[in-house]
Design a protein. Sequence first.
Length: 382
Amino acid sequence: MADFIPRYEFDRIVRKYNGDYHVRELSCYNLFLHLMFGQLTACESIRDICLCLKAHQRILYPLGFRQTVNVSSLSRANRDRDCRIWEEFGQVLIGIVRPLYSSEPVPDVNLPGWEIFAVDSTTVSCSIKLMTWAYGKYDRGAVKMHTVLDLRGGIPAFIYVTHGKWHDSNMLDVMEIIPWAIYVMDKAYVDFAALHNISGRDAYWVTRAKSNIRYEVVETNYNIDPATGLRGDHIIRLTGYKPAKLYPETFRMVEYTDLESGEELVFITNLTEVGPLDVANLYRNRWQIETFFKWIKQNLTIKSFWGHTENAVKTHLWTAICTYLIVARIKASIKGCPYTISEVATLLGVSALSKTDITDLLTNPQNNLLNQNQDVNEPTLF
């Protein structure tokens, strides 16, 4: 796996932030290997990482580990090394991995060449007594990871880590807006000043309308098919005193009923170049970011942090993202790989300390792996 780490870029970033200044034993690169191993093998603590690596100390050097360290040294490095190293390295990996998945289709959406993103956040609970900086709701600690996910391949395009009280809609003021891209988000991001700013930068947004929205219908499209679940397609203008000042232009409202659940949904968007059903399908694909958060929490170690300072927590989250991106790069780089990113991460985790060729590991047909040893005559338990 170390061959898929862009070492030149990594060393450049380390020099930029003086990451190896006065370091004798544990360089930033060696620290990253320790933390990436902990992510792949789901180690719950720094102590678990050191214990596992110490047990296999004889085979570590050929795998890229120059030296193993004790728990206190790894803990101090995790706490003190500048988290901007891992954040900037994560952005470098994003720039490498996203183009590898740029041709992936978005289900039920025929918009080739369009950049389509989902915007959302996930909250990780923590102890407010141990992490006094991580303010959450109801006197509890929490850390939020705000994410812009490229729906072509499920690759994060931008990540921002904050405390739990930081409102989701503030993300629209922080993230970079790409012209002609489509941003899909839920009700929490209905901030008409920020949405107007997105429109002013020649980008598009799709979200759900809040129940108390006040508007007037300017134009109605009657050429819709109710059998698809569509109930209305309108051009509207806000009539509320403050919202009308924040977003004075007209935009689109699409009314839709989910044919499976019967739930009635109302979407608002400034995207008028596509059909109303495409708007509904764009929002349906927003669920990919929920799947991404679920996979990150289940397969990488972010439920329990390896440190309590803000720097340590950001280092933890960014190394988790870097690990995910390296796994995604490995999957895209090996032709004929039949596995998903989740399955690739599982295979790499169980083979983390073995001298197995990654290409051979990931190009074997699934049936061979699932059916191996099935013909062995073993004694029954009963």
